[in-house]
Design a protein around this ligand. Sequence first.
Ligand code: CO
Length: 179
Amino acid sequence: MLKIFKDSDPLLRTRAKQISLPISDSDRELALAMLEHLKESQDPLFAAEHNLRPGVGLAAPQVGESKHIIVVHIPRGKTERLTYVLANPIIISSSVRRAYLRSGEGCLSVDENHPGHVYRHYKIKVKAFDILKNEEIEINTFGYPAIVLQHEIDHLHGVLFYDRINEENIVKYPDALSL
Ligand code: CO
């Protein structure tokens, strides 16, 4: 279980640093601890006992490390999970089409409710170093996982989801998909 830094902390507004490769043992341990935190947060008993909010993604600045590491762990069905443990993720291409989560976005670092649509790219291609596979990879994804990846990559640049809530966007992306 890691300490989660809140959006009031300047660290959440700081541009994080790239990870030097090959990845160090301490950076790998940090990434694996972040994955473990997400797994624990999704375990109803553990989460209730430790007062954890369930999360599907985490970026290193949220746990006090200003580094380009993100972890995504998305439930798919009863037992399957979509997991990414990445260093230095970069979006190398993205669709013109936008998408947003109908219920809005949330963040483990944000306690207040920020209603409003966060318009993201519906499809993205991400280049990153996969810490679990220990190799450079490209991820082609769309829909919910693409939204989660964009949310986490934003954290590496000091951007929070509510920065992207803007009434004008509703006019800007009239054909955005609601997910
Ligand atoms: Co977040």
